[in-house]
Structures are given as C-alpha cells and as structure tokens.
Design a protein around this ligand. Structure first.
Ligand SMILES: NC(=O)c1ccc[n+]([C@@H]2O[C@H](COP(=O)([O-])OP(=O)(O)OC[C@H]3O[C@@H](n4cnc5c(N)ncnc54)[C@H](OP(=O)(O)O)[C@@H]3O)[C@@H](O)[C@H]2O)c1
Length: 302
C-alpha cells in the first residue's frame, strides 16, 4: 500500500450518487461527518447514520438521512445496517479494550454486504508508536488489510478539543499541569478530521487508499498556555512535573489508579513526541490550512 500523503486532494465530492454510511453517527466525529457529507451535496437519501440507539437519534432523522441500528457489540445488527452501502466510514469505538472485536465485527459485516470502500479512523503512527491506545488501532488496521476490502486509514492525531474542552479549568487555575515536557502535539479539530475523513470517503478510491497521518500545526503545552493567554487575556502558564509526581496529582484529585496510570502514559507519549507529525496530509485533504489553535480557542470561548 502506498503512502499517499504527498498527493493533494482538494476537490470534494466525486460520487454524490454513492451510498454512504457513518458509524458512531450519534457521537461528535460521526455527526460532523454526516453533516459534511450533506454539505458537499450528497443527497440525504444516500446517507446512512449508523447508531446504537435509533430512538435517541431524532436529530439525525431530522436531517433526512437514513438512521439504522448498528451496535458493535451486537453483530446481528451490522449486516442489515450495511445493506446497500457502498462506502463506509468506520469511526473507531470509544470502548478501549473491546475495540478490536467490535471493529472486526463491522469489517466482517462490511465484507458480507459487499461494501466497496472503508475509511477507518485510527491514531497517528499506529504501527510504530508506543502510545497505549495504538495496539487496538494497529490490530484493526491489520484486520482491514486482511479483509481484502479497499480501504483508507485516517490516522488522526489528538483532538484540539481535548484541550479546549478544559479551557475553563485552565483559566480558573491559571495553569496547565502535566508531564509532557517539551513534547509537541499536532492536534486538529474534530471538524477538520471529519472533513478529511469525508474527503477520503467521497474521493476517487484509487487515489485515497492507504495510510494518512493527519494532524494540525504542532504545539507544546507551553505553547498552549501562551496561546490561551494571548487569546483570552488571562495569564495561564504550563507547570511540568516529573511523571511520578504528576501521577500523584491525578490520584490526589480522586482519579483511580488505572485511569491515573493511563493518563500519565499518554503524557509520557506526548513527551516523546509520539503525538506529533509533520505530514501535510490533513492540509492537503482539506485544501486549506487546518484550523489554528488560536481560532479553536476563540471558538470554544463563544
Ligand atoms: N483523537 C483523539 O483525541 C480522540 C479522543 C477521544 C476519542 N477518540 C476516538 O475517536 C472516536 C470518535 O470520537 P468522538 O469524539 O466522536 O467520540 P464520541 O463522541 O464519544 O462518540 C463515540 C460514538 O461511538 C458510539 N458507540 C459507543 N459504543 C458503541 C457500540 N457498542 N456500538 C456502536 N456505536 C457505539 C457512541 O454511541 P452512543 O451515542 O450510543 O454512545 C458514539 O456515537 C472515539 O470513539 C475514539 O475511538 C479520539
């Protein structure tokens, strides 16, 4: 499989008449992908939102798209959900630990339903990073490769929202506490990742296949603090702690042992640069620069 990252794809919809399905459509990323498909002019009748609880997806039905039940843990729902679907966006499950089984169930159903192209949202450098989240993504990528289905893997970096979602806390404390050292994060907004995934989904399959390392402009935690200060006018600094002390802070804040260890491991990966990429693929897929950190902070303040 070739690395397509140097092949800019800036023009949206090629196949408005194909049938598209998006899993996890009730979640943040999936919903943005559904919106993006419609914005590109794909008729709502060709778009299928796959959700665990159709009875709770009234907002999706209101868009005119088809809403189908698809529970990763109930394989019997997956075949009917994928009937007649030509292109599938498989948004990775949030259930860390069960994801390989869940994703494999979707891939089996996709194969049985003759889906023609699958886009899977993975994680940056999935096949070579020590990031604790990576093994399930890498194993899903292997399953995808082994399935024989044509596919593209969107190896997403961190969401900018992982930080902007904590803006009030940072501002109230006047500091960001972590153990990420000078490590930089090529974060991008969910909306940008969703748009990129839809570019892969709607594009010419021959050009889109392969592994796409996606991320925005890299920033360190000190850069994050400085940008928050600049945008909001409130002083925020970054306080870096040794890993052990950071874990103690998390425990002291009431976090259980496993979660504290998990969060500390993510910080260690950040410190090692495992969440950074200099790949231009996201900008290429968007046909513009990804949303800047400052703009994302501004938007989060509205
Ligand atoms: N790059 C990052 O920084 C980052 C951060 C967090 C997560 N992620 C990954 O990216 C994915 C998408 O992010 P997000 O922000 O959109 O997450 P999200 O808002 O939590 O959405 C997760 C979606 O998965 C669905 N889901 C959960 N269990 C399911 C099951 N058994 N069967 C079918 N659907 C199920 C949820 O459905 P319900 O509405 O029914 O719960 C929801 O629609 C996450 O699932 C996770 O794998 C990435």
């Amino acid at each position: 499989m070739t690395d397509p990252t140097s092949d800019p794809t800036t023009e949206p919809p090629v196949l408005p008449t194909a049938t598209y399905a998006v899993t996890g459509a009730s979640g943040h990323l999936g919903r943005l992908a559904v919106d993006n498909l419609l914005r590109r002019g794909v008729p709502a009748r060709n778009v299928f939102a796959l959700v665990r609880r159709p009875d709770k997806a009234g907002d999706l039905s209101d868009l005119g798209v088809g809403v189908r039940e698809a529970d990763y843990d109930r394989p019997e729902t997956l075949g009917p959900a994928l009937e007649g679907i030509e292109r599938l966006l498989l948004v990775s499950s949030p259930t860390v630990g069960n994801r390989l089984e869940q994703h494999t169930a979707v891939l089996r159903a996709a194969d049985a339903a003759d889906v023609g192209f699958v886009v899977y949202t993975s994680v940056l450098h999935a096949d070579e990073t020590e990031l604790v989240l990576a093994p399930e993504h890498a194993a899903t990528e292997d399953a995808l490769q082994g399935s024989g289905l044509p596919f593209a893997v969107a190896r997403n970096g961190w969401y900018t929202e992982n930080y902007t979602g904590r803006l009030d806390e940072y501002l109230a404390r006047g500091e960001i506490v972590g153990a990420a050292g000078d490590g930089r994060v090529s974060a991008a907004t969910r909306a940008d990742y969703a748009e990129a995934a839809v570019s892969l989904l709607t594009g010419d399959i021959t050009d889109q296949q392969g592994y796409w390392e996606l991320g925005g402009p890299a920033f360190s935690m000190a850069d994050l603090a400085a940008t928050i200060t600049e945008v909001t006018g409130t002083d925020v600094t970054y306080r870096d702690l040794p890993a052990g002390e950071f874990t103690d802070v998390l425990r002291g804040a009431g976090m259980d042992e496993d979660t504290a260890g998990f969060v500390a491991a993510l910080e260690a990966s950040t410190a090692k640069g495992e969440l950074e990429t200099d790949s231009p693929a996201l900008a290429n897929l968007l046909g513009r620069e990804p949303t800047s950190l400052a703009d994302a902070i501004r938007a989060a303040r509205l």
